[in-house]
Structure formats: structure tokens, C-alpha cells
Design a protein around this ligand. Structure first.
Ligand SMILES: Cc1cc2nc3c(=O)[nH]c(=O)nc-3n(C[C@H](O)[C@H](O)[C@H](O)COP(=O)(O)OP(=O)(O)OC[C@H]3O[C@@H](n4cnc5c(N)ncnc54)[C@H](O)[C@@H]3O)c2cc1C
Length: 601
């Protein structure tokens, strides 16, 4: 189809949809969708993060929301990029408005009907961020006797917030998640305090094992507003990302309380506010925010296994999150329990330091070489090649978000099949060493495993070669039966001598934080955090279609979970910040399809 015909074919559908939505004609609207269709909405229509699958669910959403949302001006964003037509799919960028917001999104048509639709809230009308044309003046020209400086104003704000005035929002956890969300809330004028038990922003990274570098490349990792400069390394070393976060916190003018431990929180329903007890530099303070965000990390609550004999073992044992790195372990025998990312990183660093190290693999792991991942899976959206082709971070994030999770695996399977084919020799060598491999229950690879269970993989930056050639010793297909005084007994009857045991056994669901800080009752009320309900390993059904409890309203009023990898935190903090801002401003936020709870952890 020539270019303007493509634009015209999408515009015709959008005009018809706009008319149907404005007149509240649900039947006419759903007629424009093909029977196998998806509408993914990020806050704009549902005040939720929700994918409607099929005409029936779309109709139910429209019947519930149209009266309040009042959408209009739905059209092709031709100025963005011309629509395209390939392999039977016509697609393009869209913009629209609702009563209270402006939004953008992406549409795909098959045979002239809508196959997928993404709608996202970009900004609230009347509460646009002070950037670009709206950037602040900074200097106040003219003359005024009682003038105060930027520094004085900033210091006054820091003194007052949490003392003489209360934050509207409290973010517990000042890792990259809490910091990025804090930056967005700052831009939206939502008084916020971020607290972290560590002393300095970035310490969550600094405290990890010394050889750690980000596994994801720089193009995927930018923080909101302030992208890394062009000379930033592809894989950021952990102390460098720590320093970036500390700098970011300062220049984005965040109200960050380091060395502050959140001890407890409870919701005062009558007042509609939280009562949060924190200890700041040894001083007890009570905060009363209206909204509480747990940004305490999905890789923050260690899963420590309970093996017989752990109390008998005479050597050192710790969870991977407490692993200090290899330096203290020269001439020791170390057994690492687990075979995912942390296990590989830790084993490789120990081997480099000349340590005798054995990895114990209980079940299969998905392995993908970092360079293959960059070339095949990320390259079109997040790479120097993508940047050169005009791809922006915002567009990449929206493109990725535009594929509904129900069909994302169909896009991923061919990508990982291609990787498997290209790296066939490598996988064969790895398997020959006894390493148990998988590509996910349905061969859909890394991203689906991450979204479904957040575990079960290693992005190979070198350790797999050491496993394949036996330098990292491997015991696979076995479980730990018992720890003895100086050894680990395995289910195949073998016994590994050990001075040190590292449990690289992953992390628990984030609602465990709610149990610790609020109550078991509230943790159970909100249920499991993360996962799609795909009914694959460690992601039990029923199908949810979105990640449980992340960045959206939960069953506990005014309690939110934020986090994920750098990409997710960057992108979804936008929608969480808009939800919080709307509530602060008293803008009606009718939530459609609040997620039900099926699993407690
Ligand atoms: C070994 C390893 C490698 C990783 N590599 C990558 C990668 O390459 N790319 C990527 O995107 N992600 C990676 N991740 C995932 C990583 O955990 C997240 O990207 C990132 O750390 C999550 O940020 P966060 O802010 O959500 O949580 P965290 O960084 O875990 O921050 C949570 C913060 O909450 C604080 N906190 C917890 N409880 C309290 C309390 N009661 N009071 C006060 N403060 C509290 C903690 O001190 C901590 O600073 C990796 C994780 C691990 C373990």
C-alpha cells in the first residue's frame, strides 16, 4: 500500500472509533476490532494497567468507563512517523485526549480491523510538567528586598518536609526505582520523601558483589529525564551506577532521607492516611503520607532455603545478596547453590580469584549470550543501531509496551529460535558439560521468563564458558539433602567438601515487604506481586494479562508497588506518578478491573 493510503486506512478506523467512543456507542466501537483483539491501557481509560482481550472485555471496559473518561480527538500521529504496512499488519502511532488527560499510543490493524491497541496517559491537563517551553526561570529578574536564593529555598524545603509539613507520598526504598519515581513526582509537584536504610543513594548497588556490572546495555537503562551521556559504557559497573544515582538524586532535587529505616506502617482508614514509623539516623519519626509506595526491590527479599544441618555447618554460609566478592576466599572450597544470574557471576569471580568453586544446579536454566541478546532481541529498540535509525527511548518503551503480554511469547519464540540456531555449538558444549538448559516452558526465552517469574536465567557474560570447560565445577540435576560440618551432601549421594556455601537461591515476592512493614493481613489482601498468571513454572494461573500489583492500584487503598529493571522502572514510573498526582489533585480516578488475588506469595 502506498504511504498515504496506509495513513488513510488507519485514519478511517480511528475516525470511526473516535465517533463511537464520543457517542458512547460500545457496539459500534467493538465492531471495529477483529474478533482476536487486544486493548492494552496504561492508566488513560482504566486508571489501571490493564489489557482487555477480545471484544467482550473491551465492551465491558467501555461500558464502565466511557461516561467518566470522555475520550476525544483520537487520531494518527502523522508527525511522529508515517504509518506502515507489512506482513498483513498496518500500524501507526496515535494521539488522543480524555476529559482530564492527553495520551498517546499505537495501533495495529489486520484486514482493516483493530488487532492491538495501546493507549497510554502522557500528561494531565492543567498539570503539565515544567519542561521544554514550560521550564522554570531559575533566576527571578527584578528587585525584591526579601529575596531568597535557590539554595535557601531548597534548604527550607528539606527542613520542613516530614517535620512541619507532611509528604503527600512516601516512597520506601531509594534504589533506582524509588529515585526514578521520586523524580517524576517532583516534576509533577507531588511533595514526596524517599527513605532508604542505606546511607547514600546508590548504595543498594555499591553493596553488591564487587565484580557486578549491569547485565542490560546502556540504551535500555536510562533514568527518566536524564539519559546517560554518549560516552557511558555499554554495561555499567555497579559502583558507577551507584554514583550516577547519587548525582541524579541531587540534581533532580529529590527529598532523599538516607540512613532511614522504615520500621512499620499502618493505614488510618478514617483519615485516609498512613502512619509510618521511621528511624532516621537513630531518631524516631512518625510520617503521615496519604500514599505509600513500596519500592523495596523485587531483588531485595532473599529466599534463604532451609536445609537440614545448616546449624551444624562449621564454615561460612550466606545468601548471594550478602556475598562480598571473592577476595576473602582464596584457597577455600566454595559451593554455590543455584545456577541463575547471581550464581554465575559469583562463580566466575571466584574462579578468577583462584578459588575452588562448584555450582549446584537443581533444575534447568535459560542461558543467552549477552551479545546474541543485544543483536537479536534488543537491537531494533535499544542499541546504537536503533539510535542511529532515529529510535528514541520513549518510542522504544511504547513499542515494547504495545505488544500485549498474551501474544508477546509469539513474537519472542522466533527471536530465541534464531539465537539457538546461531549459538548451537555453544549450547551443545554447555549441555555436554552436564548443564541443564531450557528456553522457558514454551521456548519464548528471557523476557517472558523475566515477566512471568523474574528468575531462571543467566545472561552470559563469560561464566558459561567456564562451566562448559569445567573450570567452574558443576553438579546438576541434584538437590541439597543436608549440610554436614565441612561438606554439602547431595541427592545423588555425592558429598562436596565446603568451607563456604553461597545460597544463590533468588528472591521472594514483594508483598513479603508488606508483611514485614505493615501486616500479614495486608500482605495477603494484596497477594503475590509480579508474574502474569501464565500457568508456566513459578507463574501460576489464572491468567492476569499484566504483572500482578506492579505500578497500579492494589486491593489495599493507597498502597503501591514500584520497581523492576531499569527499563520498567523508567517507563512505568510515568503511569504510577500520574495516578498519584491525580489523586492528590482530587481528579476522579475510576479504576476498572482492579486485580483479584489468587496467590498469597
Ligand atoms: C545481582 C543482580 C544483578 C542485577 N542486574 C540488573 C541489571 O543489569 N539491570 C537491571 O535493570 N536490573 C538488574 N537487577 C535487578 C535489580 O535488582 C534492579 O534493577 C534494581 O536494583 C531494582 O531497583 P529497585 O529500586 O526496585 O530495588 P533495589 O535496588 O533493591 O532498592 C530497594 C531499596 O529499598 C531499601 N529498603 C528495603 N527495605 C527498607 C526499609 N524497611 N526501610 C528503608 N529502606 C528499605 C533497600 O535498602 C534498597 O536500597 C539485578 C539484580 C541483582 C540481584
Amino acid at each position: 500500500m502506498p504511504e498515504n493510503n496506509v495513513n488513510r486506512s488507519i485514519s478511517r478506523v480511528l475516525e470511526a472509533l473516535d465517533a463511537a467512543l464520543q457517542s458512547g456507542d460500545t457496539a459500534a466501537a467493538v465492531e471495529l476490532f477483529q474478533p482476536d483483539c487486544y486493548w492494552r491501557d496504561l492508566v488513560a481509560f482504566t486508571w489501571n494497567i490493564k489489557t482487555m482481550e477480545g471484544r467482550e472485555q473491551i465492551a465491558a471496559m467501555l461500558d464502565s468507563q466511557l461516561g467518566a473518561i470522555k475520550p476525544s480527538k483520537l487520531k494518527l500521529a502523522e508527525e511522529e512517523e508515517p504509518a506502515t504496512d507489512a506482513n498483513g499488519v498496518t500500524q501507526g502511532w496515535i494521539t488522543f485526549e480524555t476529559d482530564v488527560a492527553r495520551g498517546s499510543g499505537f495501533i495495529r490493524l489486520k484486514n482493516g480491523r483493530i488487532w492491538t491497541l495501546l493507549t497510554t496517559m502522557a500528561e494531565l491537563k492543567g498539570h503539565e510538567e515544567p519542561k521544554g517551553q514550560r521550564r522554570p526561570m531559575g533566576a527571578e529578574h527584578g528587585a525584591r528586598p526579601d529575596r531568597t536564593s535557590w539554595k535557601e529555598n531548597r534548604e527550607a524545603e528539606l527542613d520542613a518536609l516530614g517535620n512541619s509539613s507532611q509528604p503527600y507520598c512516601l516512597i520506601v526504598g531509594g534504589g533506582q526505582g524509588g529515585i526514578g519515581l521520586g523524580a517524576r513526582l517532583r516534576q509533577l509537584g507531588v511533595p514526596t520523601i524517599i527513605i532508604d536504610k542505606n546511607a547514600r543513594p546508590g548504595d543498594a548497588w555499591r553493596n553488591r558483589y564487587k565484580t557486578l556490572c549491569l547485565h542490560d546495555p546502556v540504551w535500555y537503562d536510562h533514568m527518566p529525564y536524564l539519559p546517560f551521556p554518549d560516552n557511558w559504557p555499554v554495561f555499567t559497573p555497579k559502583d558507577k551506577i551507584g554514583d550516577w544515582l547519587e548525582m541524579y538524586t541531587k540534581v533532580m532535587e529529590l527529598n532523599y532521607w538516607g540512613s532511614t529505616n522504615c520500621k512499620s506502617a499502618r493505614y488510618d482508614e478514617a483519615k485516609g492516611e498512613w502512619i509510618v514509623e521511621v528511624e532516621r539516623d537513630g531518631r524516631n519519626i512518625t510520617l503521615r503520607p496519604k500514599q505509600l509506595v513500596l519500592a523495596t526491590g523485587m531483588s531485595g527479599k532473599p529466599n534463604l532455603p532451609k536445609f537440614k544441618g545448616m546449624d551444624v555447618f562449621k564454615g561460612e554460609q550466606h545468601h548471594s545478596s550478602r556475598h562480598p566478592g571473592p577476595d576473602g576466599y582464596r584457597d577455600k572450597k566454595v559451593v554455590v547453590i543455584g545456577a541463575n544470574n547471581s550464581a554465575h557471576d559469583i562463580c566466575a569471580a571466584l574462579w578468577e580469584a583462584g578459588v575452588d568453586v562448584t555450582m549446584v544446579q537443581r533444575s534447568s536454566t535459560h542461558i543467552v549470550k549477552s551479545d546474541s541478546l543485544m543483536e537479536f532481541a534488543l537491537g531494533d529498540l535499544y542499541s546504537e543501531r536503533a539510535v542511529a535509525a532515529g529510535m528514541t527511548t520513549a518510542k522504544a518503551d511504547l513499542t515494547f509496551a504495545s505488544i500485549p503480554y498474551a501474544i508477546l511469547h509469539e513474537f519472542q519464540i522466533p527471536v530465541f529460535n534464531a539465537i539457538r540456531e546461531r549459538d548451537a555449538d555453544y549450547y551443545e558444549r554447555l549441555q555436554k558439560s552436564g548443564f541443564m538448559l531450557d528456553f522457558g516452558d514454551d521456548d519464548s526465552g528471557l523476557f517472558m521468563k523475566y515477566l512471568r517469574r523474574g528468575s531462571g536465567y543467566y545472561i552470559d557474560v563469560g561464566a558459561s564458558e567456564l562451566v562448559a570447560n569445567g573450570k567452574i565445577k558443576l553438579k546438576s540435576g541434584v538437590d541439597v539433602v543436608e549440610l554436614k560440618e565441612h561438606s554439602v551432601l547431595l541427592s545423588d549421594g555425592s558429598e562436596l567438601e565446603a568451607d563456604v556455601v553461597v545460597y544463590a537461591t533468588g528472591y521472594g515476592s514483594m508483598n513479603g515487604w508488606a508483611a514485614d512493614l505493615i501486616s500479614r493481613e495486608v500482605a495477603d489482601k494484596v497477594g503475590k506481586v509480579w508474574g502474569l498468571g501464565s500457568n508456566t513454572t513459578k507463574d501460576p494461573g489464572p491468567w492476569e494479562g499484566e504483572q500482578r500489583n506492579m505500578w497500579k492500584p492494589t486491593q489495599q487503598p493507597a498502597l503501591w508497588f514500584h520497581g523492576g529493571n531499569l527499563h520498567q522502572s523508567r517507563h512505568y514510573s510515568q503511569y504510577l506518578s500520574l495516578q498519584l498526582k491525580a489523586r492528590m489533585e482530587g481528579i476522579p480516578t475510576p479504576v476498572f478491573g482492579l486485580q483479584e488475588v489468587h496467590h498469597l506469595s
